[in-house]
Design a protein around this ligand. Structure first.
Ligand code: NAP
Ligand code: GDP
Length: 326
């Protein structure tokens, strides 16, 4: 089996690569050109799979290169994980976010439709699409109410996926994934920012940690568990859309408490609120209902929030210890 992953250098791309390689897939990934090519496979190296994936030069905004990828690779499965994925940046770069996160999904769907219609397609949709939540617990039936340019772009990509399934009979699935984290999460996201801050403070490299809204609630799971759900969606008899979540939601404040407590510190002595990290429109709470994924895919989140927080803090402690030693 051959898989093609856009966004292979990101958090999920790295975990998905490892999962597919372990299952015997040949893995191909799209990598955009940058002036620092030596660091763009850092996550793949962290998981020990950089030498086992085939990286292809290209960009999600360039339909011609996606067509070339389909022709050359002839993938059985296509996972569209590439995006401008940081909500806060989407207010600073709304049109770029629309172009990459929204229209980019249209490009890859077109490339699949034109060149490889038999391939199974996965779209990385997001719980951010629920935004101003319309139901206390969000399922596949909950109406969407996006609250950021990122979420608006993801909604376009989601409906294009549904539409290409209904219009052209593509095996196209949209996974509505709630926040998922890991030691490979981008440093700008709140969980990783906190675990990195905890490590710095513990090692005497920083004195405090500035955050925004501490009362926001998220349903946080582990990326390693969530990429398994992506794969499972493409192994079913019929394509469908699924919510992937833990079914538990906690505040940013509670995540701080857990992360600092892991190294024996009280977060209240170190965390300060800085309005610079507040958002123009906030998603106050997200809580997913993974009942359909459990019933149909046999999937459940296997890592607890406490286990994941401990793993992330330990990884950041090790990183900073290594960096100060070198
Ligand atoms: P991530 O770490 O930010 O990775 C994003 C990936 O997209 C990177 O490989 C990035 O490449 C690539 N990319 C960005 N612009 C591109 C372009 N124009 N052409 C080609 N590639 C481009 O994100 P993630 O956490 O792994 O998430 C994977 C996907 O799931 C994203 O679509 C995200 O929006 C979505 N999602 C994530 C979560 C979550 O909690 N993690 C939840 C729901 C949905 P560079 O390495 O060059 O930047
Ligand atoms: P998101 O759910 O995709 O936006 O993931 P983030 O990790 O970026 O943010 C999760 C929540 O944490 C949001 O409600 C943010 O407003 C909140 N938050 C509070 N302080 C911070 C911060 O310093 N950085 C980030 N990224 N988010 C913060």
């Amino acid at each position: 089996m051959r898989a093609f992953i856009t966004g292979i250098t990101g958090q999920d791309g790295a975990y998905l690569s490892k999962l597919l390689l372990d299952k015997g897939y040949e893995v191909f990934g799209l990598v955009r050109r940058s002036s620092t090519a030596e660091v763009n496979d850092v996550r793949l190296r962290w998981l020990g799979v950089a030498d086992r994936v085939n990286l292809i030069d290209g960009d999600l905004t360039d339909l011609s290169c996606l067509i070339r990828c389909m022709r050359e690779i002839k993938p059985d499965e296509v996972y569209n994980l590439a995006a401008q994925s940081f909500v806060k940046s989407s207010w600073h770069q709304p049109l770029l976010t629309g172009t990459v996160t929204g229209l980019g999904a249209g490009n890859i769907l077109e490339a699949v439709r034109l060149e490889r219609p038999e391939a199974r397609f996965y779209q990385a949709s997001s719980s951010e699409m629920y935004g101003l939540i319309q139901e206390e617990k969000q399922s596949e039936r909950t109406p969407f109410y996006p609250r950021s340019p990122y979420a608006v772009a993801k909604l376009y990509a989601h409906w294009m996926t549904v539409n290409y399934r209904e219009s052209f009979g593509l095996f196209a699935c949209s996974g509505i994934l709630f926040n998922h984290e890991s030691p490979l999460r981008g440093i700008e996201f709140v969980t990783r920012k906190i675990t990195d801050g905890v490590a710095r403070i513990k090692l005497g490299l920083a004195k405090d940690l500035a955050l925004g809204n501490l009362e926001a609630k998220r349903d946080w799971g582990h990326a390693r568990d969530y990429v398994e759900a992506m794969w499972l969606m493409l192994q079913q008899e019929t394509p469908d859309d699924y919510v992937v979540a833990t079914g538990r939601t906690v505040t940013v404040r509670e995540f701080c408490r857990l992360a600092f407590a892991h190294v024996g510190l009280d977060y209240q002595e170190f965390v300060r609120v800085d309005p610079a990290f507040m958002r123009p429109a906030e998603v106050e709470v997200l809580l997913g209902d993974p009942a359909k994924a459990t019933a149909k895919l046999g999937w459940t989140a296997s890592t607890t929030l406490e286990e994941m927080t401990a793993e992330m803090v330990e990884a950041d402690l090790a990183r900073h210890r290594r960096a100060t030693r070198d």
